[in-house]
Ligand binder design. Sequence first.
Ligand SMILES: *Cc1c(COP(=O)(O)O)cnc(C)c1O
Length: 334
Amino acid sequence: MHLARFPRVSLGHFPTPLEPLENISRLLGGPKIWIKRDDATGLATGGNKTRKLEFLLADAQAKNADVIITQGATQSNHVRQTIAGAARLGLQAKALLEQRVTDFGEDYQRSGNVLLDKVLGGEIVAHLPAGTDMQQAMEDYAATLREQGHNPYVIPGGGSNPIGALGYVACAEELLYQSSERRLRIDHVVHATGSTGTQAGLVAGFTATNSHVPVLGISVRAPKAKQEENVWNLASRTLDLLGVPGELSRYAVVANSDYVGDGYGLPTEGTLEALSLLARHEGILLDPVYSAKGMAGLIDLIRKGHFRQDENVVFIHTGGAAGLFGYRQVLEHV
Ligand SMILES: *Cc1c(COP(=O)(O)O)cnc(C)c1O
């Protein structure tokens, strides 16, 4: 595997820190928990999409794009980071937002990521109802821009295609480097999984390097079988892109969908507990859609004795704190 042969632009601060979660580990009395600070990638409040965008936006530049189109939920962290990355590279950015969540009033619709999208100079070209075929809507919009003489580059939701997943292949390499530098044996990697690029990239990276660190994705949306199938498909395509031969084992992909609750973007009791625990014992801000749901899964699994005491578990903080401001109604009473 030779990642340096893929075009890449520099958008974030890497390597991100790998830090012990001393207080939470002590509080839970389970394995030693480490946190990989991908919330600290630095691009307009950071997050996991920064790594993907280093490869995606380099591909857009290589194809001489002048405008970037992407899509996400109203409070999408991906849309915010894409707009920021495009701004850095002098590209226009247009976003289509899907109204997947309608329960949280004016702040959800206008503050948090949506506000930052505007501050960063992005244009929200459409607010579409939940269930819209967003990929098709982007293709249609791209066709309109082409008729006007533009050369648009379409980034799928979450930046999750093989090129975007290369960002998390790079993260797998970074983790392995940090692990050998500190002589830290990583027994498990746990993180929130949605559009699948993060987990697919990690699995592809740990497979291609023959290190086979187990990765557990805590789903924020899809049921287990569906999520695992989606991750496996993208991880397999990413390994193809990397030129790694052989078929990826189905067992390399593990998702847990027990913590989704009522649906995407709807925090559960466990989500809110995880969010407060990390805030109040570590001074770390999680987000109510992804990272706190992932952490809620990790906390519950620790309480159920899923990990041994002598194990090291790395939780990847995938970012999202900008979204907290969209959830004022829920969070001011926590
Ligand atoms: C997008 C996102 C995720 C999920 O990553 P995928 O690659 O889409 O699976 C997790 N956490 C945060 C904060 C995100 O914005």
